[in-house]
Design a protein around this ligand. Structure first.
Ligand code: IMP
Length: 430
């Protein structure tokens, strides 16, 4: 039985929601392994739109187990309200269908406040975060002062954890001109929500190993995109977790041999939200057109996404780092009607040709894209369900993308509707 990891292979927003939903129908277990409610996953099922942030996409499908792994950072108040909203849409969520790792770090209100206060210090340059406290919570995890799900079960431990965290945070807050945290109010708020969260708490590493041994199909649902990875992304304009496929194992407590297929989600052009380098960004009518046709607005913050041509050099790089076996190419229809389409194949830096994006920030900023031009197509590709439905020039574009990134297309998505998909390889059956 194959277990599949889905990761974004660009800067996030590649259209993972639809692909994950398609795969989750075939899976028994759907697990989130990193990130938090900075993610915005939109699922359209039978015309009904579901918007998820922290919950794994499997929750909207009956009979599946959804897992929030230890690699995630979890805002308990946000989770409770997300569960309430999704229940209002008729979805059933119980401790039998949702499991949260006991060792998952919790996002506190002071994490969000710190995130936003830092972003307001414009003098040192902002990252453009979602302001949801993701980075500060991961910092506390590594700094050994985070409050974890299991800590909610014991009053003495909880108070100790809060006191340890506040020694650090109140000092920081004083420096940023923020009021100290009201310790007793925080503990009361945590006690009030503890029962809601603890009903889902479990030793996820153990359950996942048992499920794997029992031959259950596991889908690891990545959030964000590889270029936002804390190690391999465009640092410091990144998120604070490892988002690449290797994290799937660590983020739930399985060994790396649990992963059989890595599916990279790749948009047929490039977008990015927030600050940071973006070599193929367009500031002209073509960029506007990609944004308008692609509805490129952030689902979490509503920000307009920056848009540009497809960057094959970057995707080649992320395919290598995540060990991507096949890609799901999304939003090809947004390119319909362009007379010519550009693909970035590499960069020029100080007169030298490069086939990858260098690590140093100043070099990234100086890299200029090398483009090749491909003939566009005037026909619509929206809703295509077989190769025969695609114009020849669109097929040529897809084949050229495959060649340049060194990875085959496993799936091609041609609209937000789940059936508008051309399947080449079923990752679970590969
Ligand atoms: P943070 O994850 O809120 O710390 O934000 C860090 C960077 O990651 C910012 O550039 C965000 O715009 C970006 N980011 C975080 N989550 C997502 C996502 O789900 N899609 C796209 N970009 C994201």
């Amino acid at each position: 039985m194959a277990n599949v990891v889905v990761v974004g292979a660009q800067w996030g927003d590649e259209g993972k929601g639809k692909i994950v939903d398609w795969l989750s129908e075939r899976a028994d277990v759907i697990a989130r392994f990193q990130g938090g409610h900075n993610a915005g996953h939109t699922l359209v099922i039978d015309g009904k739109v579901y918007k998820l942030n922290a919950l794994p996409s499997g929750v909207v499908r009956g009979g599946k187990l959804s897992v929030i792994g230890n690699g995630v950072v979890l805002d308990p108040w946000h989770l409770v309200s997300e569960i309430a909203k999704i229940r209002e849409q008729g979805v059933t969520i119980t401790p039998e269908t949702l499991m949260i790792a006991e060792n998952t770090p919790l996002i506190m209100p002071y994490h969000g406040e710190l995130d936003r206060a830092r972003e307001a210090q414009v003098a040192v340059g902002k990252i453009g975060t979602t302001g949801r406290g993701i980075g500060p919570c991961y910092e506390d995890k590594v700094g050994r002062r985070v409050i974890r799900v299991a800590d909610l079960a014991d009053q003495a431990t909880l108070e100790l954890r809060v006191d340890r965290a506040l020694v650090h945070h109140n000092a920081l807050r004083a420096g940023l001109g923020l009021e100290p945290v009201d310790r007793d109010a925080l503990i009361a708020a945590l006690n009030a929500i503890a029962g809601e969260i603890l009903q889902y708490a479990a030793p996820v590493w153990k359950v996942m190993n048992e499920l794997r041994r029992a031959g259950k199909r596991i889908l690891f649902e990545g959030a964000q995109g590889s270029l936002l990875d804390i190690d391999f992304g465009t640092y410091p304009y990144v998120t604070s977790s490892n988002v690449i496929a290797g994290q799937a194992a660590t983020g739930v407590g399985l060994g790396p041999n649990a992963i059989d297929f890595v599916l990279g989600i790749v948009k047929a052009y490039t977008t990015r939200v927030g600050e940071g380098p973006f070599p193929t960004e367009l500031h002209d009518a073509d960029g506007e057109r990609l944004g308008t046709r692609g509805h490129e607005f952030g689902t979490v913050t509503g920000r307009k996404r920056r848009c540009g041509w497809f960057d094959a050099a970057l995707v080649r790089q992320t395919c290598a780092i995540s060990g991507i076996n096949g890609i799901a190419l999304t939003k090809l229809d947004v390119l319909d009607g362009f007379e010519t389409i550009k693909i970035c194949t590499g960069y020029m830096l100080d007169g030298q040709a490069l086939d990858y994006l260098p690590t140093a920030a100043d070099q990234q900023a100086r890299c200029t894209p090398v483009y090749e031009e491909i003939e566009g197509w005037s026909e619509s590709t929206e809703g295509a369900r077989s190769w025969a439905d695609l114009p020849g020039a669109a097929i040529k574009y897809v084949r050229r993308v495959e060649e340049l990134i060194g990875c085959p297309v496993a799936m091609l998505s041609t609209s937000p509707e789940r059936d508008d998909t051309i399947l080449v390889t079923d990752p679970f059956e590969d």
